[in-house]
Design a protein around this ligand. Structure first.
Ligand SMILES: CC1(C)c2ccccc2-c2ccc(C[C@@H](CC(=O)O)C(=O)C(=O)O)cc21
Ligand SMILES: [Zn+2]
Length: 330
């Protein structure tokens, strides 16, 4: 059947990298479980995982039914919404290292949020709404959520020894917004309910090419590289990153494996987008040999945490690590 496309490549931002395509596989195909077992990304198509959201969750429906409480809305002066951990802004994590929060958080009712999106002009702050799906949302949303295909989700969770489901986040983004490259320490079924999002993923082994901030920095788990203007002097290996990409459409569920880097953008001129993710704890992590790449990332995190704890001053961690390896391990 003809693949009618609802977007074109002019709606994707340009980066200096080439990407493979993430496979799109029908949910009945056993290949999906092979890829999930191998901790590899895959787009699950044609499933009922978030069918009720795909059928109902237009911005207008959400405006009517999301509930009367204010929701968490992030605002940014640029198209980028770089996450930061408030709890790491304290002195002993920064001690003189300057940190400027790139986004502001406020509470906003859905009506006001949608109005600001409709009236948005270049130069205005951009907005990104984030709402955990819990008992504070309206009854119709709860009803739709209850009718997700939980049997399919729970079977995957069990088959792949994932830990417990920790949360489902409802995400309503303005067109063109970007969540810059970062990794999470959770397994993620990323469901696309409305609109189109381009997702670029990199394996944990691209750690050396994506230069994560130090673990004790507020931007822990986020790449230091500005994809719009990469600094190849500071980040010479960035060009070697081997990413894969896909554009998820309504009804798709993208499996983002734990520790995999992901950059996610709502298509430019594509209107608002609605996503709902499923975050699961990683499950039992026994060190198995040979070590998996994500286990090495986890080990580097522990080394950095331990060094800050004993050195106290974050500015001493780099010099000590450098003195340990230069001339001795090269
Ligand atoms: C940018 C935003 C709103 C944010 C601001 C401040 C704190 C946290 C977050 C946060 C967390 C998750 C997402 C969803 C997704 C990215 C995407 O779809 O944009 C993603 O990364 C994932 O599902 O793992 C988006 C956000
Ligand atoms: Zn994420």
């Amino acid at each position: 059947m003809c693949e009618e496309k609802h977007w074109n490549s002019s709606q994707l931002r340009r980066y200096d990298l080439q990407f493979e395509q993430i496979p799109r596989i029908h949910y009945t195909d056993p290949k999906i479980d092979e890829l999930i077992s191998a901790n590899k990304p895959v787009v699950i198509t044609g499933s009922n995982i978030i069918k009720t959201a795909r059928d109902h969750w237009t911005p207008e429906y959400l405006e009517q039914n999301l509930g009367v409480a204010g929701h968490t809305v992030f605002s940014s002066k640029t198209h980028k919404f770089k996450y930061f951990d408030d709890s790491k802004i304290s002195k002993n994590n920064l001690n003189g290292i300057e940190f400027i929060p790139p986004t502001r958080k406020c509470k906003m009712r859905m009506g006001e949020f949608m109005k600001k999106l409709r009236e948005w002009k270049p130069g205005n702050d951009r907005l990104y709404l984030q709402q955990p799906l819990n008992n504070t949302v309206g009854p119709l949303i709860v009803e739709d959520f209850a009718h997700f295909d939980w049997e399919y989700v729970n079977k995957r969770q069990a088959k792949h020894n994932w830990g417990p489901l920790t949360s489902n986040l409802l995400l309503i983004s303005q067109e063109g917004n970007v969540t810059p490259c970062h990794y999470d320490e959770q397994q993620n079924f990323f469901g696309q309910a409305y609109g189109y999002k381009r997702c670029i993923l990199f394996p944990p082994s691209d750690f050396e090419c994506l230069y994560p901030h130090p673990v004790f920095h507020p931007h822990d788990r986020q790449s230091m590289v500005d994809f719009d203007r990469p600094d190849y002097v500071k980040f010479p290996k960035f060009g070697n990153a081997k990413g894969c990409e896909t554009v998820v459409e309504p009804g798709d569920v993208l499996y983002i494996p734990i520790y995999w880097w992901h950059h996610i953008e709502s298509l430019m001129r594509g209107g608002p987008t609605v996503s709902v993710n499923f975050w699961f704890k990683g499950g039992p992590t026994s060190l198995s040999y040979p070590l998996k790449d994500h286990q090495k990332v986890s080990i580097t995190r522990n080394v950095e945490k331990m060094l800050l704890e004993v050195l106290q001053d974050p500015k001493e961690v780099g010099p000590l690590l450098r003195s340990m390896v230069m001339g001795r391990y090269s």
